[in-house]
Structure formats: C-alpha cells, structure tokens
Design a binder for this molecule. Sequence first.
Ligand SMILES: Cc1cc2nc3c(=O)[nH]c(=O)nc-3n(C[C@H](O)[C@H](O)[C@H](O)COP(=O)(O)O)c2cc1C
Length: 188
Amino acid sequence: MSKNILFCLTGSISCYKACEVISGLIKTGYSVQTVTSDSALKFIGEATLEGLTGRKVLTNTFEPGTMMSHIDLARWSDLILVCPASAKTINNLASGTLEGLIGELYLANNFRKPFLIAPSMNSEMLAHPATQENMLKLKKYGARLLDTDHGQLACGETGWGRLLNPTTILQIIGEYFSTETETRGLDI
Ligand SMILES: Cc1cc2nc3c(=O)[nH]c(=O)nc-3n(C[C@H](O)[C@H](O)[C@H](O)COP(=O)(O)O)c2cc1C
C-alpha cells in the first residue's frame, strides 16, 4: 500500500533542495501532499510543488472547501515532515503557537504518526539558546529532529545549519516503512 507523506515547507533558501526530496518520494511511490507557510512561497512556486506532487499546495487554514484539512490531513498522513524547517517555525512549534496550517497539523497529529523536522538556517540561528532549547523540547515531546550538515551557508558563512542532503533525508524516511516492506515481502 502506498504511504502518505505530508510535506511541510517553511521559509528557507533550501526550499529548492526540498523539491529534490519531494521528487525522490514521488519516484519511490509515496503520495505527497505539500503544505507551505506563506514565506515558503517566496522561495518556491506553487507550480513546482503541484507539478511534482500532482496535488494542490495547501497554505491557508480558511480556504473554502478545505476547512477541515488540518484534521483530515493529520488522519490521512503516515508521516509528517517539516523540510526545510526555519528557526521561526521550530521556535513556534515548540510552544504550540505556530500560526497557520502547519501549526494546526502539528497539534492535530499529536505524535500519533512520526513527525520529523529537518532544520535549515544560519549557524548562529541554530546555535541560539532559544532554538537549541526548543529543539530539545520538541524531541522530548516526540518529534524527530534531523541533524544539519556542516558547510557553506547561503549567507556566506561556514558552519552547521545546512539542510541535510536530500539523499540522506530520503533514506531516513524510507527506514520508517522498510519493516513493513520486508513483512509484505515475506507474505508474497
Ligand atoms: C533570502 C532569505 C533566506 C532565508 N533563509 C532562511 C533559512 O535558511 N532559515 C531560516 O530559519 N530563516 C531564513 N530566512 C528568514 C525566514 O524566511 C523568515 O524568518 C520567515 O519569517 C520564516 O517564516 P516561516 O517559518 O513562517 O516560513 C531567510 C530569509 C531570506 C530573505
């Protein structure tokens, strides 16, 4: 059975790398529904996301016809990934006060299905005590915080904070479902 991934994008330069992850998920056979913050749409166009997934991009909680989407989507999903996760989104998720559809999905999911967060930000934003403390808080609640890569950042600095390599993110997601795949293999 195909797995359903809710793919949430927030405002980071690395939204373009997230498209590679989405493309890889689609090629593997997952159904992917994208949800974006308003800022994410300044970095990547709806045409790209809809073109990759074949599904309308969701951003607005109050869009006519989709008003129960935070509950429906949380039920539909087998895994939720926030990728890239901006500093602002991480810090607001930790207090449960993130505005918009991503914030509502986070609360409605309530860690019943895996909730993964792939941070992407400047190294000082990452090292900030508020970000560090809130990442720990999210882990304690039940989220899986992915590492970041070390290297050159868009701001010109070198350090931690780069979005993890798309191939690594795809591997991590694949691991969540690999046991089921093996079991299915035995059934055949
Ligand atoms: C060119 C540019 C690149 C940015 N890259 C990042 C980033 O990688 N990580 C981050 O946390 N914020 C980044 N920001 C700032 C966020 O986009 C900004 O804080 C935004 O309000 C985040 O909103 P959101 O979390 O609701 O998507 C960037 C801003 C600009 C203008």
